[in-house]
Design a protein around this ligand. Structure first.
Ligand code: HEM
Length: 451
């Protein structure tokens, strides 16, 4: 690299200079802000809000200027932006090696709308019952083996369930296919570290380097996925009900099918986005139930009264929704401005990276009474104001797996409440970044007692 390029790059590493047009924010060196952003995002953002209010700026190494928002009025405007106003592919570029260039999560503009229309039908809420059998069977089988009367890490135990559920419902995988996929996904997830997220640290010197291992694992997963796509194209649908069967048959508006590479990226996206998030959310639900025995007892009684497996469970649903308010697992919605925007008094230039903090929004005292109190009553027979509660995002990019995730979590939590009393082990665990999500720092350790 030429000396001038190297200097230019290191200046970028120390972040952009402060832009006086943007809201105020911490004056710490950008490297320090970057470290807190990665390691301690919840307390770091809390301190920023205490000092500067619900809107503040950050400077992170190798990032454009960042402005964080967390109030209803700003979020209403941000989620109404049109596709030509912003770019998500740049905001989430760090995910690309994991999900692939052809992932819905990274697409923008026309292409995003076209792909989204193709991917949504398998996740329509009317289709959820079709997945119920697989969700229940996998959950029951796994819970038979859960350790009783001694501390257990729910995050680990729940991942085994949610991964098998997504692999079975997306790929229709079973037997050796399931085992091979499970291994390949877990290998890839084990590579999630700063060495593979930060572009400047991605160095491939073979299997001894994190990036080298990552590339090998990514190729291995791609190989299994391509094989399953090929087999499915040859065998045809044969009354299969899984997402792959639907996507192989799906057609864009111009009647073309999805290419193999596009299918691979979307399938890996669905597996990643669809199980990592639910795993962390379930870990938080178990932690909240363990620390709020009254809420748990009421949930258990509701489950015990239920007449059939698909009965409505309003209190269990309220517990899950309140947990996702108090502990959102997706930390930030990111939007890179492609043209200037005005939000309130702030004129944001092109190239500003706008983040919406879900945690600060969900705990904004202007939106919620006593926001740090865990209180599922907030969601019983009541709906929050639309832009004060956004665990699944909103607008044109709202999560396509929302109904799926809520249904899956309801069935898993209900099965656990039927079998176990969930007891706390030690103090409540704070949030820590885990892959794409925020999860309890020690994996949500609880003790299960058989009912
Ligand atoms: C508790 C579980 C989940 C949470 C909290 C969650 C959260 C989110 C959020 C906040 C977004 C919006 C990102 C943005 O606006 O920038 C999103 C998008 C997305 N989610 Fe989820 N998600 C969950 C489960 C799932 C599941 C089960 C699937 C699929 C099987 C899924 C697939 C996706 C996809 C493909 C997108 C991109 C949508 C787009 O850009 O048009 N998610 N999710």
């Amino acid at each position: 690299m030429a000396p001038l390029d190297r200097i230019a790059r290191s200046v970028r590493l120390f972040g952009p200079p402060r832009d006086p047009r943007l809201p105020p924010g911490p004056s710490l060196p950008s490297v320090a802000q970057g470290a807190m952003f990665v390691l301690q995002i919840v307390p770091f953002f809390e301190r920023c809000r205490a000092r500067w209010g619900s809107t503040f700026s950050l400077r992170l190494p190798a990032h454009p200027p960042i402005v964080v928002f967390s109030d209803e009025t700003a979020i209403r405007e941000i989620l109404a932006w049109r596709p030509e106003d912003f770019d998500v592919g740049t905001a989430y570029a760090w995910m690309e090696p994991f999900v692939g260039r052809g992932s819905l999560l990274l697409m923008d503009g026309e292409r995003h709308g076209r792909e989204r229309r193709l991917l949504m039908p398998p996740f329509h809420h009317a289709r959820m019952q079709a997945y119920g059998g697989a969700i229940r069977d996998i959950t029951r089988r796994a819970m038979e083996g859960w350790r009783i009367d001694r501390p257990i890490e729910i995050e680990h135990a729940a991942r085994i369930i949610t991964l098998d559920i997504i692999l079975e419902t997306v790929f229709g995988a079973s037997g050796t296919d399931l085992e091979e996929l499970r291994r390949a996904v877990l290998d890839l997830l084990s590579d999630f570290s700063v060495f593979n997220i930060i572009e400047a640290l991605r160095i491939d010197l073979g299997p001894l380097t994190p990036w080298g291992r990552f590339l090998a694992h990514r190729t291995a997963l791609g190989r299994v996925v391509y094989r399953l796509i090929r087999e499915r194209r040859t065998a045809g649908r044969r009354d299969r009900d899984d997402v792959l069967a639907m996507l192989v048959e799906a057609r864009y508006e111009d009647d073309t099918p999805m290419a193999d590479e596009a299918l691979r990226d979307e399938l890996i996206t669905l597996v990643g986005a669809g199980h990592e998030t639910s795993t962390s959310a379930l870990a938080w639900v178990f932690q909240c139930l363990a620390h709020h025995p009254d809420a748990q007892q009421r949930a258990h009684e509701e489950v015990a009264r239920a007449k059939d497996a698909d009965a409505e469970l309003p209190w269990v649903d309220a517990v899950i929704k309140e947990t996702m308010r108090r502990h959102p697992v997706f930390p930030l919605l990111g939007r890179m401005l492609k043209r200037p925007q005005t939000i309130g008094d702030w004129h944001l230039p092109t190239g500003t990276l706008v983040y919406v903090s879900l945690d600060l929004t969900h705990r904004n005292p202007a939106h919620w009474d006593d926001p740090d109190r865990f209180d599922p009553e907030r969601f019983l027979d009541a709906r929050p104001r639309p832009f004060t509660y956004i665990p699944f995002g909103g607008g044109t990019r709202r999560c396509i797996g929302m109904s799926y995730a809520l249904y899956e979590m309801r069935l898993i939590v209900a099965e656990a409440l039927r079998r176990f009393r969930i007891e706390r082990v030690g103090p409540a665990e704070p949030a820590m970044s885990r892959g794409f999500t925020l999860a309890p720092s020690r994996g949500a350790r609880v003790r299960l007692v058989r009912r």
